[in-house]
Design a protein around this ligand. Sequence first.
Ligand SMILES: [Zn+2]
Ligand SMILES: [Zn+2]
Length: 669
Amino acid sequence: MTHSNGANPSGIKKPALRVIPLGGLHEIGKNTCVFEYGDDIMLVDAGLAFPSDGMHGVNVVMPDTSYLKENQKRIRGMIVTHGHEDHIGGIAHHLKNFNIPVIHGPRLALAMLTGKMEEAGVMDRTILQTVAPRDVVKVGQHFSVEFIRNTHSMADSFSLAITSPVGTVIFTGDFKFDHTPVDGETFDMARLAHYGDQGVLCLFSDSTNAEVPGFCPPERSVFPCLDRHISQAEGRVIITTFASSIHRVSMILELALKNGRKVGLLGRSMLNVIAKARELGYMRAPDDLFVPIKQIRDLPDRETLLLMTGSQGEPLAALSRISRGEHPQVQVKSADTIIFSASPIPGNTISVVNTIDRLMMQGAKVVYGKGEGIHVSGHGFQEDQKLMLALTKPKYFVPVHGEHRMLVAHSKTAQSMGIPADNILIIDNGDVVQLSPDSISKGDPVKAGIELLDASRNGIVDARVLKERQQLAEDGVITLLAVISTDGVMAAPPRVNIRGVVTTADARKLSMWAEREIGWVLENRWNQLCRNTGGKAPDVDWVGVQREVEVGLQRRLRRELQVEPLIICLVQPAPAGTPAYKGRADAEPDSRPAPRGRGGRDGGRDGGRGRDGSVPAPQRQLATVGAPAAAAAPAAAATTVAVKTPAPAELEPEPAGRTRRRRSAAAVG
Ligand SMILES: [Zn+2]
Ligand SMILES: [Zn+2]
């Protein structure tokens, strides 16, 4: 690998510092950043993201870590800034795939990580080293990292000063400037200013609220509002928030105590986080404040407060189940006051409002939304971001942790503070920021994308699977059984099954269309799909036959019915010499009996498909995306293949544009 160079005073060229975010840009979530100098790689955080609509059956989104797998020998260690899922949620998974010799991080974050690592069975795969404020750790030959206490919605959170041979980088992590933090741990602004005075080469700063003017209100500001709602509640109080919002949870416990209410906890993460935080002293609450959920029903409603998960409308979380009347221990009562002390993450809005509706319909008083003062962000607004820039006075600036428009807004803020536009880079996941003492540039990007884990968290959901799930969910599925003899004759009418497809066409009509497609394929493709090996039975590419039929039928359905269901064709081979099925006489005008060698396809009947079988580019999207790599499916196996077996790359030279295009579509996915 070549590095771009910055010359040091002695004229000897130094390699550039390379900073490569693999996640967290143009999105909120899965923050994962690679710092690279010479032979050393240091990771900063490794988070996960949650699926967006359309990612059916996916419950976790991870960054593609091929780059780290390929370079794992050079990984010297990892730094963790704080314990939020979008920063530590990927680590246990990654430890199964590549080595991270040591992980340095805050006590609370590492305690939470330990739970995840135990669950994943990877406790022996790394060493966890806790740090205290202003600790400096060395990673590899070239990096030293100082942990600077910052303020955020999570306790025990840090910004980083990363010193490398080309200069110092300030990596803010998630932050806001909260001068009256709930736990009394103030932002160590003096250290930021110290580095600012010494000279900061580059600032990588949290952009989450770059579009929001002003200062972010302190976390404490929600206290009086929550207090008002809790003290005025006639019946039970039910509050939902992120379990990891340690400060918020601390305040809620404090308010329960103040208002003479016992606390019942619901939701695994709520129980886990509170137990960990209390054990480590990040949360103070007397033991007798808590009452097991089964016993809390024996107390008067006015003396109870239920704190639970579900602030994002997650279907399996406690509050969501309660809203649907599916919780074994808790049912909504009309005197309940239910408080959403969180704002929905984009993408969760619909499930949150649906949950609120269901709760209200059962008569509960629901308190939610911006105007109530019951939630503040953990991420600084524009003025916080300006203060960060003012303290660190960086030469170069890279906005991170945000969607594209937030990065752009943050860049404008930096420019308003006097940083030239040329000194700012807006980057995407996989981009390589190359830093030398007097330059910032983008290098050749590395592979970055997403890995989707399904509900079991074991299987990776690739683009092909996801596309098929989307088709199934949105347009249904049609299965089709064709009987074709090894000498290329349709031996029986195709059998069609329709599931979940909204269409005016019935199975009979679809069967007829299928019949035409099969006929067309046998007539026009058989020679390419069938290799005469000289033996008794010709070698037929049954998978190819199936795919040709699928694509043809798919195109017809889209054209004539405007539906795009997933189509699965199965071919049952019949012995050579099986008599041909004659086709239907009652077919529509444009139809002809299809068996091989007879009749033909009307010119232009197929609209989009030319005589040479090539597919015009716009139709490509219709083709089912096939993954390129898969074991070659032997012809015989095709009889039982019920899924769309991907095209083996080493198949026969492709006869038509179709298959080839399909593969390029896969490459895009
Ligand atoms: Zn955070
Ligand atoms: Zn974050």
